[in-house]
Design a protein around this ligand. Structure first.
Ligand code: CDP
Ligand code: MG
Length: 701
């Protein structure tokens, strides 16, 4: 324990304006409000938001410019206020002026689903309307809108991209606000590239790009650069984007660092929370960890023994995939005399505003996806955040009064080793989904596409190779008909979509759709730290020798057999909410399948055809157990990468010779999650060009 620095043992230094950054504004209000951060009426709260002062300016700029970039600190009211109040007025104006036909909508995109749900709920509450009527939201597999009534629609950028397949010019919308643009998610970047094209065809469309950090200039120059000399008409909105900086109102945040690097950031975070609770005045604590597993572990540590020092703490998780009720708890005002501890993923960095946070504990990491085109492996890795992110996280402590941020890394590391900015996802993700989406939208020259930041040619070529092997694109790099178009139509990754299409040939679409649905939720298992043994035993009841995918089928069968009972789930360590979601997704996928002419059919327990259908989609993820390997080392067929079966898999330690994995996570090793055993001859059957005869002649094992 002594290795961890404890708040209070070292005098924190005030770090202001690091490296000339402008994130920590001097307090404009006195700190006399520190005794209470009461919750004002909704209307009062709204008027106090920085965006309020700029409402006429925003309206004017949006009116006169094709693109407006709005930059402002998290919590200034960008997401909740701009669409509802000011832009609603504008739609009214447009209608009166006869510019837009009635019924056009305002879209506001978010990279994260949880943020979509949360801000939509908040805006409908502020407007006093029922969620799903004037204000609605759409995320994948969940559409809470009403075509007649909805005027403001929150949605993920991925969903908006999908909408373009039916409505390429997004003609339903008069204004599109691309929010959280600084995150540079893959879908946001694709969307920005496409919106720039749409603007040329729809001069009346207005874009609002909103961002938490100072990405404004690069965003603005992206929308300024014109590749063609067209569109220089004198009338109409100004093409040059407007930039508006919404003045922040954050308070100073004192920053302290650990003196020595910590080896276990979960324990360090927990002991920091306890020290804050012991030594600091009231105020909520926001802890940044990397994912659900970390968060569950920290909560377990914080709640497991009833140490009196932890009295008065309300410990809450925050990550995507929480139930609505759990989400609501996070936003519920803290009762007097209590202190909330919210343990969150990156989602609280800029996407959601939490009132009442005074202390931030930052572990310095987040889960990020990294694709290596040479090894042909996409990894989910716990990786260092950037200094820009670290500043954002610290800023979350200064919303209601001066706050404190405890960084679980050294100052030396922050200054000299932490990267200044994050890398756009476009440059570190597998581009298979991206390429198929652009192809489906008729973008032929993908290499020459006008990207906000270009992906590497290697990644693009790899993606094209995989799509070619999946039979989705042809020799001319065009979508094949019908396979390519069908794969693009299914709202899943191309490999999952191809698996569903293949299930038609193998007569097992019901089973494959169940598997696809399970793979679309976070986890169907209920994990409780400390109860690992019980949970493993429960898993064994369903375990199938063929692997995890078939195990899912057993769980699903049990769940249906129990009459979808929550009691049954509880007894079997199965996550009831996840299973309900699986059931919902399943029904939607069945409808999509029927639309594509796939016969809904069960193979009645023939697991071989199920595995063949999986192979038809995931052949690129095939691995072989290394000869003479005593520690379960596999090598991927394509890149010869060392990989291991994840301990949570039913095939852990079973180690069949040939397997296919669904995804890879990296910790100390590269672990394969959700694996299934296969026969190598199926690989050739599924993708003859991909697997040459000689590469899969099994070596003696
Ligand atoms: O988008 P930006 O970060 O600029 O701010 P926002 O999300 O529009 O939040 C503006 C205000 O609404 C903040 O004071 C939030 O606390 C509040 N809000 C809330 O109370 N509950 C939500 N679900 C969302 C926002
Ligand atoms: Mg926002």
């Amino acid at each position: 324990m002594s290795r961890f620095w404890k708040p209070g043992t070292e005098k924190p230094r005030l770090v202001e304006d690091e490296e000339g950054g402008v994130l920590f504004f001097a307090a404009s209000q006195s700190s006399s409000s520190s005794s209470g951060y009461g919750y004002a009426s909704l209307e009062k709260q709204r008027q106090r938001l920085p965006v309020y002062k700029y409402r006429t300016a925003i309206l004017y700029l949006v009116e006169t410019h094709a693109t407006t970039v709005v930059v402002g600190e998290t919590g200034s009211g960008k997401t909740t206020q701009i669409p509802q109040q000011y832009l609603m007025k504008r739609v009214q104006y447009l209608k009166e002026a006869g510019w837009a036909e009635g019924g056009r909508m305002i879209a506001c995109t978010q990279p994260r689903r949880l943020a979509v749900q949360s801000v939509a709920a908040r805006v409908s509450e502020e407007m006093g309307v029922r969620l799903g009527e004037e204000v609605g939201y759409t995320i994948r597999f969940e559409d809470i809108t009403n075509p007649e009534l909805t005027r403001i629609k929150f949605l993920t950028d991925g969903v908006l991209l999908r909408e373009m397949m039916d409505d390429p010019l997004l003609s339903k919308y008069s204004v599109i606000m691309v929010d959280e643009a600084h995150e540079r998610s893959l879908s946001t970047d694709i969307l920005l590239g496409l919106l720039k094209k749409i603007q040329r065809r729809r001069p009346e469309l207005r874009l609002v790009i909103s961002s938490a950090t100072i990405e404004a200039k690069s965003m603005a120059s992206f929308f300024t650069a014109r590749r063609h000399g067209r569109n220089d008409e004198e009338h109409g909105p100004k093409k040059e984007p407007a930039i508006l900086s919404v003045e922040g109102r954050g308070f100073n945040v004192e920053i302290s660092y650990v003196e020595e690097p910590v080896s276990d950031y979960i324990r360090a975070a927990v002991s920091t929370v306890i020290s804050i609770n012991d030594g600091e005045p009231m105020g909520d604590i926001l802890v940044f960890l990397t994912g659900q597993d970390d968060i569950d572990a920290a909560i377990q540590l914080l709640t497991e023994d009833s140490d009196s020092r932890k009295k008065g703490l309300i410990v809450l998780p925050l990550y995507s995939g929480l139930t609505r009720a759990d989400q609501d708890l996070v936003f519920t005002p803290t009762p007097r005399g209590k202190r909330k501890v919210i343990i969150s993923t990156n989602i609280a960095e800029t996407s959601l505003t939490l009132e009442g946070v005074v202390y931030v504990v930052d572990c310095g990491f987040s889960k990020q996806v990294f694709y290596n085109p040479v090894a042909d492996i996409e990894n989910l890795v716990v990786a260092p955040i950037s200094r820009a992110s670290a500043r954002q996280r610290a800023g979350r402590a200064g919303r209601v009064r001066p706050g404190k941020c405890y960084r679980l890394y050294t100052e030396e590391y922050f200054m000299n080793e932490m990267p200044a900015d994050g890398i756009p996802e476009m440059q570190r993700a597998n581009l298979v989904s991206c390429v198929i989406q652009l192809k489906a939208l008729g973008i032929d020259n993908i290499l020459g596409f006008d990207w906000p930041s270009s992906p590497s040619p290697e990644s693009l070529i790899r993606a094209l190779e995989v799509l070619y092997s999946l039979g989705v694109i042809d020799d001319d790099v065009k979508l094949t008909s019908p396979t390519g178009f069908q794969v693009a139509e299914i709202p899943l990754d191309p490999m999952l979509s191809k698996m569903i299409l293949a299930s038609n040939d193998y007569g097992c679409s019901e089973e494959i759709i169940t598997i696809a649905a399970v793979l679309s939720v976070q986890s169907i298992w209920f994990s409780v730290r400390g109860a690992q043994k019980e949970s493993d035993e429960a898993k064994l009841r369903f375990a199938a020798a063929e692997g995890d995918h078939v195990t899912f089928l057993n769980v699903y069968k049990g769940f249906i057999g129990s009459g979808k009972s929550s009691n049954w789930c509880h007894k079997n360590h199965v996550n009831f909410h996840a299973m309900k979601k699986v059931e919902e997704i399943r029904q939607q996928l069945r409808r999509v399948a029927q639309r594509l002419g796939i016969a809904l059919k069960s193979c009645e327990g023939d697991t071989q055809v199920v595995r063949k259908a999986i192979t038809a989609g995931f052949f690129a993820n095939a691995c072989r157990l290394e000869a003479f390997s005593h520690n379960g080392m596999y090598k991927t067929m394509r890149g010869s990468q060392e990989v291991y079966i994840h301990p949570s898999s039913v095939l852990f330690r079973v180690n069949p010779k040939w397997i296919i994995f669904h995804s890879i996570v990296s910790t100390d090793r590269q672990y394969m999650r959700n694996v299934i055993s296969i026969d190598p001859s199926w690989l050739r059957e599924a993708a003859p060009q991909f697997y040459q005869q000689q590469t899969i002649n099994p070596r003696p094992l």
